[in-house]
Design a protein around this ligand. Structure first.
Ligand code: 5GP
Length: 116
């Protein structure tokens, strides 16, 4: 059984977060420590620790996360200027919160994809 993270509390509105979108499947909120002018996290409401635990039944939710990301990018006015979507999985990618999340980054020119 996966352990809940702070993101479950955000989904249930038990702790404050700047939620920009929420429906039955996903929640999107501004990152507390933004790495770009626009930095929003899009997460499934279902607790999935990492991309490795995704199941066939999650397919629609994962697709929905992409559709929501594009809608939010438009809402934020960065759809034409451009944006990047990132999912970190486990240690080498630097995943810190073990509730699957997609970073939506934009609002400025972003650096290279991988810094070594
Ligand atoms: P990861 O490195 O796991 O891919 O990214 C986790 C992200 O969650 C980080 O960018 C971090 O700033 C963000 N984060 C961690 N705790 C909180 C929180 O309590 N509220 C919000 N809004 N963002 C958080």
């Amino acid at each position: 059984m996966a352990e809940e993270t702070i993101f479950s509390k955000i989904i249930r509105h038990e702790i404050p977060a700047d939620i920009v979108f929420q429906d039955q499947r996903v929640t999107a909120f501004r990152d507390i420590s933004p790495q770009a002018a626009t930095h929003i996290l899009i997460i499934p409401n279902k607790l999935i620790p990492t991309l490795n635990e995704v199941e066939a039944e999650d397919e629609a939710t994962l697709g929905h996360m992409l559709i929501v990301a594009a809608q939010i990018a438009k809402q934020e006015g960065i759809d034409e200027s451009g944006y990047r979507l990132i999912i970190n999985c486990n240690r080498d990618a630097g995943q810190e919160v073990f509730h699957l999340h997609m970073h939506l980054l934009g609002g400025e020119t972003l650096g290279k994809l991988v810094n070594k």
